[in-house]
Design a protein around this ligand. Sequence first.
Ligand code: NAP
Ligand code: ZN
Ligand code: ZN
Length: 352
Amino acid sequence: MIKSLGYAAATAQSVLAPFNFQRRAPQPQDVVLEILYCGVCHSDVHVARSEWGASRYPCVPGHEVVGRVLQVGGAVSRFKAGDLAAVGCMVDSCRVCANCREGEEQFCEKGPVMTYGGPERHTGGITYGGYSNNIIVDEAYVLSVPVSLDPAAAAPLLCAGITTYSPLRQWKVGPGQRVGIVGLGGLGHMAVKFARAFGAHVVLFTTSPGKVEDGKRLGAHEVVVSGNRDEMKRYRNSFDFILDTVSAPHDINAYLGLLRRDGTLCQVGLPPEPLAVSAFSLTGLRRRLAGSFIGGIAETQEMLEFCAQHGIACDIELIAIQDINAAFERLVKGDVKYRFVIDMASLARDAG
Ligand code: NAP
Ligand code: ZN
Ligand code: ZN
């Protein structure tokens, strides 16, 4: 077993606090990472607070991990000590079902093993995520980090990046298309960057007037403050594709109504409560409502290479782990520019 120090929520009502625990003894196919940086995803808040149903505790969140390889098992071929490597939302899956074989491990028929709060098959316990000083992962679920990427700004690519890259690719967003992005947070700001890089005409919808200039700087051709009903009306029936990244309850019909004939709204934000969909929003122009969940391992690697080639990274606020509870509060208020990333060197203050 390997000793670890992390930050955990003990219950749904607890703040995160230092937590000592053990990880499995490394197996021949395992990579042991010293974690350098971990992004703070809104899903970490949903899960730490049991907002999606009963979470398992203690909960050590974190699935946007970049680290340095400390050691590798004898069966590992793609990594060696000293390499920069990354781990995203999954650390295992069955590998034999149709979805796993087709590189869509996130849809594994047995259920992918999530990086935190999932079943740790070797110990019989639960998986603990990246708000910690190390992690042990089978090399098949470890990503290579291209050397040209800044490791701190690359960390959120492992969830916010792939979660937006994958649907934009799936729906073949590109030149000649009008694409709407709803919400400018961690996912939203990456969606704006990718949609722009893929050549679409990008319109950002935000509830925050203070984010308009940033939206344009990040790549949106137009930014609409969604509270302004007159402005919203101007965009009716005009979008080929809309990606909705909002984390809280909101009126999805207001966005469905912006789709043109046969247009698709893809939901990636995961508000804890169901969203009310008016059937009329869909029938009117044969519109489609879809969803997407992170992305497969190969596609995640492809996304990292795309970012390296096109100079794309996340806009981050680097924080100490001791500030994680304040960061959660700001995230809930939509107040982050545009992803918190924990500098894991700060964890040393809690050691000893
Ligand atoms: P985030 O950084 O907090 O961004 C969410 C954004 O939504 C906010 O910045 C805000 O943007 C907007 N928003 C928040 N509350 C709102 C409200 N009440 N009404 C309207 N807009 C509101 O969160 P994130 O990390 O990007 O995650 C977004 C959601 O995606 C979360 O629910 C998360 O769990 C989910 N997620 C899903 C997947 C997947 O695979 N499908 C993967 C990762 C995360 P504005 O200020 O611009 O309005
Ligand atoms: Zn996430
Ligand atoms: Zn599978």
